[in-house]
Design a protein around this ligand. Sequence first.
Ligand code: NAD
Length: 476
Amino acid sequence: MATMIIEGDRTKAASGKTYEVHNPATGDVVDEVPAGGPADVDKAAQAAAKAFATWSKLPSNQRREILHKAAQHMLSKVEEIAVLLTREQGKTLLESRLEARRFGENIGWFADLADKIHGQYVRLPDLTTYGLVVRRPIGVCGAIVPWNFPLTLAANKVAPAIAAGNTVVLKPASTTPLATLACIEALIEGGLPEGVVNVVLGQATGEAIVAHPLIRKIALTGSTPTGKKVMAKASETLKKVTLELGGSDPCIVLDDADLEGAARAISVGRFFNCGQQCLSTKRLFVQEGAYDGLMEKLVARASKLKPGNGLDKDSRMGPMHTETQRAEVEAQVKDAIDRGAKVVYGGGRPTGSEYDRGWFIEPTILENVPDGARMWTEEVFGPALPVRKIKDLDEGLRLANDTQFGLGSSIWTANMAAAHRAVQELEAGYTWVNSIVIAHDELPFGGTKQSGFGKEHGVEAFLQYTEEKSVVYGGI
Ligand code: NAD
């Protein structure tokens, strides 16, 4: 049975309660884990506060070295961690390997910043004094993670937090705790001091983290409704919050676009991780002259995505993560079809005995999806793509921005003036021009509108795990 990681303890829940983690491809039990609650969060927060006293005072070059060594050790275990991730999450082994590798690389990327961020010297009018602006770590940080990219999204929070000298109470999604535990255990084996990252498990620990008085900042990745609840609760203790929430990313393809490149990017953007991605291609707007050519290429790509158990070498798309999640996407597709949409590819579940026990679904492409359909107005968190023909860029931009969300967006065109206009006008935290939807460590990533605020990745993320303090030195 897996345990929580709280300082030196590998511990069960204070209540003694447990729950099972299931494999989405087979329904089999992968492991039994503690169902923690407020008492466990309290223990973890106390442990993190104790560790903060020493971790935050370490010379920053030592922190950098410890984190690099720990990350290297974790990276030596990518293969076993990837298998665990596929078994609990469902994604293909290839996707799990990429994700596990990203975890270690992310720790390394932020480790390099640990001793590179400086404060400021400020001249003051009275020359017998001078000012400094110093940056300090915040304290204990809470990290709350969803199930779609359990490792990437944990690393996005843990890596900048600990590189800046903070300590962490980390809560994975209830259904995907195991690979995360393995990553943190590997960091500790590789030299990360106990107590710097503590892992609590179970649904009830999320609210307890947000409420805990010792925790000074919350970073949540999750749905927009969860983000609203967390922000309201965090206001009671005036915690800082970073909210990475839902999205419904538009992609505009103009007549002069490289259609092969666009089809590849859209296919990855919509079907990678069985469509369970935040940054993604969730609404596609294609200019009339490019429409038929692009659809043909998209269908050809979708037809190669064989669904299957992520551990099978032949599988190109794992199952959806839960039965509820699949039912939600199926209901959104049905709503579109009931309103008159045409299924261009997929639209159902794959058939055959290997699909009987898991939450499999076909990659799906729909056209003629009417205005008001759920696929346009809600986030579709699965491999189903609504496509709409547009006359010109004006119409594309109007439709693209007609959403409460503002996470990612993309445009494919050979016309740099059109691309420039899209970059200026698309309401999103990220715009890709003629480029595949991949977030880069070097660029700050975060949403606008109801997709949240605050940044992960980049120097900006590191800075958000620090506080500025002004100092006046007198008596010179
Ligand atoms: P979710 O909001 O249900 O849960 C996310 C995490 O929050 C889980 O660990 C959950 O236990 C916890 N949680 C739920 N209610 C809470 C509360 N009241 N207080 C504290 N914690 C609470 O999301 P999900 O279904 O796990 O993930 C899918 C959602 O995440 C989608 O909307 C997706 O777009 C979004 N997402 C966003 C990004 C991004 O970077 N913007 C990335 C990935 C996923």
